[in-house]
Design a protein around this ligand. Structure first.
Ligand SMILES: Cc1ncc(C[n+]2csc(CCOP(=O)(O)OP(=O)(O)O)c2C)c(N)n1
Length: 327
């Protein structure tokens, strides 16, 4: 891990990853207590991708993700208290408590969700990219998806149009090895997902998604290319330590496999490198972990003490087509 980032920047990236991990661990507890409804997909193990990628994004760039979105929301700068409140369905949630875990969004952060339909957000990302080119704006779009999503029609339609119109869209595949319980090689003809870019003449690259610095550097280069030239397909090699969603019996993999990946943990990677270089000590990391634990306790308190949305909120933000209305 060689880097142009300062020690302070590296520690800030570590802190963000630690915050996301703690946030996710607490979410699992709250889910088990019945305080979070619906589905809950955790990001534990994959934190370096969101944190490294969001460091490279400019404030005016756009971000769209699938349902494994808590880490992305926090890395993009959405306040974690209202993110947790959204998971609990509270009025203070980022989506007013009406979206829940899979529908985090914030126009102020140009974070357009949080999408539950596999691949559904890819054409939307292309639409945002088209607007940017149409208005000759300097921005880019980051569209995050799982490797399973690259087998869906939307992926191919989106890659085709993004390439044809040279849109500033980065398709970032988080290859965590499984789509629900299906291992990548059992569902995809190509297991090097980045090679799918070749079919559309799209620039492509694979990288180590467990390395936050590498992620940042790859993203920074891809963004510069996308703004000038056109789309990029990136594949981050990663792993989720926990089930696809809560209640996944995980019969499709072994404990040894999980252990193999835990040894490549993105937080430990920074700890090991910085302590070996003498730029930080294990005490420094322990202090950050304590701070983050206290911060997440406060986040949970805020969310739990927040009110439910009022009944009248049922009638807000509902799209009605007046042309279709009958007398
Ligand atoms: C159109 C559609 N088909 C099926 C599902 C059910 N489903 C939810 S997640 C998922 C697996 C997606 O895997 P991947 O894209 O690799 O993302 P990951 O969960 O690994 O982050 C499936 C099939 C869905 N939500 N939408």
């Amino acid at each position: 891990m060689t880097s142009k980032l300062s020690n302070a920047e590296l520690l800030a990236l570590y802190r963000q990853m630690a915050l996301i991990r703690r946030f996710e661990e607490k979410s699992a507890e709250l889910y088990a207590e019945g305080k979070i409804g619906g589905f809950l997909h955790l990001y534990i193990g994959e934190e370096a991708i969101a944190v490294g990628a969001c460091k490279a994004l400019a404030p005016d760039d756009h971000l769209l993700t699938a349902y494994r979105d808590h880490g992305w929301a926090i890395a993009r700068g959405l306040p974690p208290g209202p993110v947790m409140a959204e998971l609990l369905g509270k009025a203070t949630g980022v989506s007013g408590g009406k979206g829940g875990s899979m529908h985090l969004a914030s126009a102020a952060h140009r974070y357009w969700g949080g999408h539950a339909i596999v691949g559904g957000h890819l054409p939307l990302a292309v639409g945002v990219g088209l607007q940017i080119r149409y208005e000759a704006l300097p921005h880019a779009v980051l569209c995050v998806l799982g490797e399973g999503t690259t087998n869906i029609g939307y992926f191919h339609e989106s890659m085709n149009l993004a390439a044809l119109w040279k849109l500033p869209v980065i398709f970032l595949v988080e290859n965590n090895q499984y789509g629900m319980g299906t291992e990548v090689g059992r569902a995809s003809a190509l297991t090097n997902i980045y090679e799918k870019g070749c079919a559309y003449g799209v620039e492509n690259q694979q990288f180590n998604g467990q390395d936050v610095v590498e992620t940042y550097e790859v993203m920074a280069n891809a963004l510069a290319y996308a703004r000038q030239e056109g789309p990029v397909l990136l594949e981050a090699i990663t792993y989720r330590y926990v089930g696809h969603s809560m209640g996944d019996p995980e019969r499709y993999r072994t404990k040894a496999e999980i252990e193999f990946w835990r040894e490549r943990d993105p937080l430990c990677r920074i700890e090991d490198t910085m302590t070996a270089e003498g730029t930080a000590s294990f005490d420094d990391f322990a202090a950050i972990q304590r701070e983050v634990a206290a911060e997440v306790d406060e986040i949970v308190r805020f969310a739990e003490e927040s009110p439910e949305p009022p009944d009248a909120a049922l009638w807000e933000h509902v799209f009605v087509n007046p042309i279709g209305e009958r007398e």
